[in-house]
Design a protein around this ligand. Structure first.
Ligand SMILES: Cc1cc2nc3c(=O)[nH]c(=O)nc-3n(C[C@H](O)[C@H](O)[C@H](O)COP(=O)(O)O)c2cc1C
Length: 333
């Protein structure tokens, strides 16, 4: 069944997770092209929005190719968050998402991100203030809790629902677990059972089957995919085919399609950021696309030095040649 957040119907059950430093406009558009049902901006500082510098504005540019889309804001003061959400509306997001999950000390130190979960009342105040300030649905992204001694996702989700949140995404790890131990999906199930708004499960969805398993085990309404989409945006096509096509398994793309998508992705980065900055930021993406290929270690090392778009073409040529070598028939002994 299609998932609705507010009045917006999503065309699938796999959403792209917000990823600062990776989930820029170009990547979000590529993921949407492969069927991500919703995309989310990198987190944007509510405080920085007061000044609205160029970099902050760039984070909020959504384009039309990656919709529906959320702009995610972080901060800890209800009034500042409400003003930030209003500013974000200039970019016409379909949703405003509130970051209650970021574990980075520079975010939690001043009380933002996952530190909000230590004071559920404040979470509610922020949601209420933001929901009153903008005409679009407000969603929240939380973790299981701050640490193992304070797993309170159910309480926080309930408070946010009462305050007007239209959906909640649950990253099934505590703040102190960061990104490492396997996510404990039981917390997603507990939240699903506690609230009426859509619950989006997140944490360790790596492919179509794990997406299906999370949906089955937790009853969540949709899944959110982060790291597994890096260098692998077709994961959304695979998940959609599996969930809607009677468990149809779509194999990963062949070499040429992988290279094609990578080049298209990096070209978009160049268009939006200019070649110099884009190629610098593209290094990590290229590394992700090359994972698991023959000669990957050396090619990824080379990717780390990319400076021009022309160097990417040369790299692609060599990658293709190396894979062809592997496939060439071996001489008879
Ligand atoms: C590089 C990176 C950047 C991230 N940035 C954000 C962010 O800006 N906002 C947010 O809510 N979560 C952020 N996250 C967390 C992801 O959205 C997601 O919750 C987490 O990676 C777990 O999902 P996964 O197992 O599918 O990767 C980030 C994760 C990574 C790996």
């Amino acid at each position: 069944m299609a998932l609705k957040i507010g009045n917006t119907e999503l065309a699938g059950l796999a959403l792209l997770a917000p990823m600062a430093g990776a989930g820029d406009r170009a990547f979000r558009e590529i993921c949407a092209e492969f069927g991500a049902a919703c995309t989310c901006s990198e987190m944007v500082s509510a405080k920085a929005l007061e000044f609205s510098d160029k970099k902050t504005r760039e984070l909020m540019e959504l384009g039309e190719d990656a919709r529906p889309a959320a702009i995610q804001i972080f901060g800890s003061e209800p009034a500042v968050m409400a003003r930030a959400a209003q500013k974000a509306m200039e970019y016409s997001p379909n949703f405003i998402d509130i970051n209650m999950g970021c574990p980075a000390p520079k975010i939690t130190g001043p009380g933002g991100g996952s530190a909000l979960m230590k004071t559920p009342g404040l979470c509610g105040e922020i949601v209420a203030a933001v929901a009153a300030a903008v005409p679009v649905p407000v969603t929240v992204k939380i973790r299981a809790g701050w640490d193992e001694a304070s797993v309170n996702a159910v309480e926080v989700a309930s408070v946010c629902e009462k305050a007007g949140a239209a959906a909640v995404a649950v990253h099934a790890r505590t703040r102190s677990q960061m990104y490492a131990p396997p996510a404990d999906w039981s917390i997603i199930k507990a939240v699903r059972e506690a609230v009426k708004i859509p619950v989006i499960g997140n944490g360790d969805v790596t492919d179509a089957q794990s997406a299906a398993l999370m949906l089955e085990q937790t009853g969540c309404d949709a899944v959110m995919v982060g790291r597994a989409a890096l260098g692998n945006p077709w994961v959304f096509r695979q998940i959609n085919a599996y969930l809607t096509g009677d468990c149809r398994i779509v194999p990963p793309p062949e070499l040429y399609e992988r290279m094609l998508v990578m080049v298209r992705h990096i070209d978009r980065m160049c268009r939006y950021k200019g070649e110099h900055r884009a190629m610098n930021e593209a290094r990590k993406h290229v590394g992700w696309y090359l994972r698991g290929m023959r000669g990957a270690a050396e090619f990824r090392r080379r990717a780390g030095f990319l400076e021009t778009r022309a160097q990417l073409d040369a790299l692609v040529k060599d990658v293709i040649a190396a894979q062809a070598e592997e496939q060439a028939p071996q001489p008879e002994p």
